[in-house]
Design a binder for this molecule. Structure first.
Ligand code: GAR
Length: 206
């Protein structure tokens, strides 16, 4: 069932934030029935914070270095996200593994986008790893986050061919184009209550 009010998103970033900007634009245009309640970066200079503020969004840097361990850092993120009454946590180029407490606090309510066809090439260099491996096809995966590294139930995937002469930049550019389509689509399904998780499988209702 769809949520009674616009779906509240908490977006976590570490870098440039073009996916965040794309989601914010879709919301502004009215094609994504959601609202970004808060943006959090674990990197102080992340350009995504600048993009977020341009959209008038609340954008916070939370310094992992000022917490004794990952669990206490995660607890601070949970606190902020709960304070903002977030329905869905959207990892958009967030390069840090979330811990078990975080996953438990938002079970099946944390999404990640990954620039490869999982389970191939997990981790923080999915584009370069696919290119260096020599695959002819890579792609984009949107999945729910579980306790593993890029192992959660898959919501959407789309293939992207590796073209002769591709370098990391050209390939990532084409992957980004697919991401800008797939991530809002997956978020919209969530917000419309259309995603049902059954073990490893995600059914898209309707
Ligand atoms: C995106 O391509 C995303 O798939 C990738 O980081 C990029 C962030 O771009 N995420 C990962 O590699 C996660 N392991 P953006 O900051 O411009 O949205």
């Amino acid at each position: 069932m769809a949520l009674p009010e616009p779906c509240r998103l908490g977006v976590l970033i570490s870098g440039s934030g073009t996916n965040l900007e794309n989601i914010a634009r879709r919301i502004e245009e009215g094609s994504l029935p959601a609202r970004i309640a808060v943006v959090i970066s674990d990197v102080e200079g992340a350009y995504g914070l600048v993009r977020a503020r341009r959209f008038g969004l609340e954008a916070l840097f939370v310094d992992p270095g000022s917490f004794p361990d990952r669990a206490s850092f995660d607890r601070e993120l949970i606190r902020i996200l709960e304070d903002h009454r977030v329905d869905l946590v959207v990892l958009a180029g967030y390069m840090r593994l979330v811990g078990p407490e975080f996953v438990a606090a938002f079970r099946n309510r944390v999404m990640n986008i990954h620039p490869a066809l999982l389970p191939s090439f997990p981790g923080t260099s999915g584009v370069a790893d696919a290119l260096n491996y020599g695959v002819k096809v890579t792609g984009v995966t949107v999945h729910f986050v579980d306790e593993g590294l890029d192992t959660g139930p898959i919501i959407l995937q789309e293939a992207v061919p590796v073209l002769p002469g591709d370098d990391e930049e050209t390939l990532h550019q084409r992957i980004h184009e697919v991401e800008y389509r797939l991530y809002p689509e997956a978020i919209r399904y969530f917000c419309e209550g259309k995603l049902r998780v059954d073990g490893r499988r995600v059914e898209i209702l309707g």
